[in-house]
Write a protein that binds this ligand. Structure first.
Ligand SMILES: [Cu+2]
Length: 319
């Protein structure tokens, strides 16, 4: 009798193990993060910048966001995690106008007043969390960034500016995204080619970028991020552009910062990256590199700028 019970228990146990094992591992597709595609477009008739996507709800877990920039301006996706059951309505009524007012003051050269305007942010802004996003992406290019999405409400926004200081979100470029408590079995991307650790001191880059596809992992370890924490973007420099010009353009507290026009979309070709996340998080992005000059650069006020220039050499045949 004992033997029979033991045999039955064993079968139950094996059955349980088998069920556990077979679920995520046998289906390779289930460990790959799902891709959410977002198109950035410009509606010239109505002068609107827009995000187009089929997706307004996803499961929690590792997710890849592909930004397809089908517009003549630079764009990115920035994720705001909203506390409570808030949505873009709350963000646009309580938070965004403060940033817009500050931007217009910067355009008038009133830098102190622009900084002082942030005192008008609502109390709940303290609970809003910046949770990464697809990096700066030049016109006609696509960029992919993989993030762990915790359950809750998010807003995707782009805060590139028009020459008068008007932000893109103010011209329509934002979307709500709800992340359910159900979690996918997707795993984080494996074996990054480059690892960048972000601290108060700057960007520590490990690994030498080479031609072709490179997986970049960004570990956020900054203790004192301030209003905008350091993040990592990759720009390709042409012969006449210095890396410092890119860092200067990435300072949103200046009149020239983040301004993108059809004639002059940006100071360099932006090919991908990730926006900031709280300490302890890792974001991943993929870039495809040709030989040339590049810079890893943070979107940051110029006093706290962080960047590292590098060159990708022509691949030479070693034989
Ligand atoms: Cu934009």
């Amino acid at each position: 009798m004992k033997t029979i019970i033991r045999a039955v228990l064993l079968m139950v146990l094996i059955g349980g193990l088998y069920a556990c094992n077979s679920e995520p591992t046998q289906d390779e597709a289930s460990i790959e993060p799902k891709i959410v595609e977002v198109r950035a477009v410009y509606d010239s008739e109505n002068d609107l910048h827009l995000f187009e996507t089929e997706t307004d709800t996803i499961m929690a877990g590792w997710t890849t966001f592909r930004l397809v920039n089908a517009s003549p301006f630079v764009h990115f996706i920035f994720f705001d995690y909203l506390p409570g059951n808030r949505t873009s309505k709350d963000l646009l009524s309580d938070v965004s106008p403060v940033f817009q007012e500050s931007s217009y003051l910067i355009m008038e050269g009133k830098d102190d007043e622009a900084m002082a305007a942030f005192a008008k942010l609502p109390e709940w802004f303290g609970e809003l969390v910046f949770r990464g996003g697809t990096g700066y992406t030049s016109p006609g290019r696509s960029a992919e960034t993989t993030l762990f999405m915790a359950p809750g409400n998010y807003v995707l926004e782009c805060y590139i500016k028009m020459p008068d200081g008007t932000y893109h979100w103010s011209m329509g470029m934002y979307k709500d995204l709800h992340v359910t408590t159900d979690t996918t079995s997707a795993q984080a991307p494996q074996s990054p080619d480059i690892e960048i650790t972000v601290t108060d001191a700057g960007l520590q880059v490990v690994g030498k970028p080479s031609t072709g596809e490179q997986l970049v992992a960004v570990h956020f370890e900054q203790d004192n991020p301030g209003l905008i924490g350091k993040d990592v973007h990759l720009a390709k420099l042409d012969e006449s552009t210095e890396a410092i010009e890119v860092a200067e353009w990435l300072d949103f507290m200046t009149a020239k910062g983040l301004v993108s026009t059809v004639e002059n979309p940006g100071p360099a070709t932006f090919i991908g990256g990730t926006h900031e996340m709280p300490k302890g998080n890792t974001a991943y992005f993929v870039v495809n590199l040709d030989p040339g000059r590049y810079v890893w650069v943070a979107e940051q006020q110029i006093a706290d700028m962080a960047m590292e220039e590098f060159t990708v050499e022509e691949e030479t045949d070693s034989e």
